[in-house]
Design a protein around this ligand. Structure first.
Ligand code: OGA
Ligand code: NI
Length: 338
């Protein structure tokens, strides 16, 4: 528990050396401008479906990121979920200690920084509660027992977010022209929640909540709340993603980049910290099942040459961990060399 940033930083105003990133990787003194170009897509039922699909595909090709509004998940449920996860981090240490673990193989755990703290040279300024969500009745018993409404609220919220993720995937499927049912259980059968907590940081210009990475999964839905911190790397520049209360930030993971044979982008992003207030985000990852073989969809291979070789998802995940954010080396290893 003493390694959690939220625990030790309560009594220290100093940024320890092992949180200071090298010059080229740290955010630096300037706040990046919030990017107004990351597309905002209205999912209201009244909108033309074909136009919505066009907008989503254009966003996935250009940015790998977009935000959705009027998405059908109730604002009250979103507020309740954000409140209960903040309540979780506000609990006394002895309650959080019940979920804290340094064992990476534990499926529900509270930990800090990256996947394996003990092996890190540099730490990230974040604590993280992580657990599976699907099928709900097979994993809810693993979740924190406190706050007492955690399981009820996060359970309902995870079902709604899953439904929305599948609805967006269905629009992408149609846009790409993939056969109906393409994103079935094999490709979407795992859902993981990551609840990031970034406490106020003594020097956000030197540290990072999460360093540059792209997500290894199929599709990610992120609830940013009202505090900014998410940045997307585009054309060599960092762009801030505006926090819009009740909107979801959607981004494409590596699996969708591979399935679409490189047409959709899995963009690199990071989380910066703030000195003023804590930031808590709820991230939902839709993943293939561990044993699923992933490969470019046949109909996406126009000239007969797939860009990527087939692989088992669990092997990809292992390699992803090993590569520690080196997206180029990771994806190059799966590219077919011509
Ligand atoms: C992640 C992530 C960003 C954020 O958890 O993979 O990119 O703003 N989070 O919390
Ligand atoms: Ni991410």
């Amino acid at each position: 528990m003493e390694t959690l940033v939220s625990t030790w930083s309560r009594t220290s105003q100093i940024l320890p050396k092992n949180y200071v990133f090298p010059v080229g990787e740290r955010p630096g003194p300037v706040d990046v401008p919030l990017c107004e170009n990351i597309p905002l897509i209205d999912l209201s039922a009244g909108k033309s479906q074909s136009q919505t699909i066009e907008k989503i595909l254009a966003a996935c090709e250009e940015y790998g990121f977009f935000q959705v509004i009027n998405h059908g998940v109730s604002e009250d449920l979103i507020d309740d979920a954000m409140k209960v996860v903040k309540d979780f981090y506000d609990m006394p240490d002895e309650d959080k200690a019940k979920v804290y673990s340094t064992d990476p193989s534990k499926s529900c755990r509270l930990y800090t920084s990256g996947y394996n703290y003990a092996n890190e040279e540099l730490h990230f300024w974040r604590d993280n509660l992580r657990h599976p969500c699907h099928p709900l009745d097979e994993c809810i018993h693993l979740w924190p027992e406190k706050p007492t409404n955690y399981r009820n609220v996060v359970g309902k919220y995870s079902l709604e977010v899953r439904k929305l993720s599948l609805r967006i995937l269905e629009l992408i499927r149609e846009g790409l022209g993939l056969e109906s049912g393409y994103f079935g259980e094999e490709l979407t059968g795992t859902q993981l929640f990551v609840i990031n907590h970034y406490p106020p940081c003594p020097d956000p210009s030197l540290s990072l909540g999460l360093p540059k990475h792209a997500d290894p999964n199929v599709i990610t839905l992120l609830l940013q709340g009202t505090v900014s911190g998410l940045q997307v790397f585009k054309n060599g520049q960092w762009l801030g993603v505006e926090p819009l209360p009740h909107a979801f930030v959607v981004n494409i993971g590596h699996q969708l980049q591979i399935i679409s044979n490189g047409r959709l982008r899995s963009a690199e992003h990071r989380a910066v910290t703030t000195s003023r207030e804590a930031r808590t985000t709820i991230v939902s990852f839709i993943n293939p099942c561990l044993e699923t073989i992933v490969e470019p969809a046949k109909s996406m291979i126009n000239d007969g040459v797939p860009l990527y070789r087939p692989f088992m998802f669990k092997d990809f995940l292992k390699f992803y961990e090993e590569k520690k954010g080196d997206t180029k080396a990771l994806m190059d290893a799966y590219k077919i060399k011509i």
